[in-house]
Ligand binder design. Sequence first.
Ligand SMILES: [Zn+2]
Length: 356
Amino acid sequence: MAAEKVNDQERDNPEMVALREEALAALSKAASLAELEEARVAFLGRKGKLTSLLQGIKDLPPQDRRRAGMMANRLKGWLEQAIDEREKELRRMELEAGLRGERLDVTLPGRHVTYGSRHLISSIIEEIEDIFIAMGYRVAEGPEVELDYYNFEALNTPEWHPSKSLQDTFYVDASAVGREDVLLRTHTSPVQIRVMESTSPPLYVIAPGKAYRHDVPDATHSPMFHQVEGLAVDERISLADLKGTLEFFAKRMFGEDRAVRFRPHFFPFTEPSAEVDVSCIICGGKGCRVCKGTGWLEILGAGMVDPNVFGYVGYDAERYSGFAFGMGVDRIAMLKYGVPDIRYLFDNDLRLLAQF
Ligand SMILES: [Zn+2]
């Protein structure tokens, strides 16, 4: 700030002393360049207080004019200098604030970039694909929003079958397009039908993907889950081929010393059908908590393709036979890596996911 000393001449003019004090207060109060500009205009602008005072000098008696003029001009010079100084001060403060805001501390360690990894489910699917591709299978995909025809009817599922109920299946409101038969596929099996419709035998495919059921989530159930479907159709395919294929798969997937057993079961689209168990990957068959003391883990369902299904896709059931199987990827992941709750797989908690 400019010198605040009041000299003798000013002391004689209380109006100028007051104006000087007022200007001083306004300048210190100005906290930004914009506020400082306002203060400048208030005193030195065309209608500013000091400007008016200077203009009033010509009306003074002639003997007072010279002295008043000198004093007013000196006040003006002082004020201009004071504004200049305050401006420099404000600019310095703004610069410092800006520098504080974007301070770069070169001594800080660099930011660690973590690499992502595949989701456990994706890795397991890829592992399963590799095993079957090595046996000559190809990978097929189909839509997750499916028609009743592909999900149930062409798979030989009768109208009355309980899995078609609203309690088990998510139906999609497709009334806008005039359909009532749209649903979220309840298994990956419809891909079998789609592949057979567009391909002539022989064919060897697996179809990995998501499926949906109206399940309340708990440790072993999730409304969205993953399956891998397998289908082989060729001349002279027998149950022995199915057994050999699944045994090869189980040993590759879970270890060379795994045994496989077939238990008779019912599926609408295979006949005969079986549930397939692998000797427990935790206890090796002795019996433990995971296998509930049985020594076996159920990992998939399989069977010989029902000739009725061939009828839907126009295959010659006299000439061709085939087998199909389906497995739950989530269950395999849980068994293989000891994940105790299926929901952990879909929580996106990195503490779990980063382990794989
Ligand atoms: Zn066990």
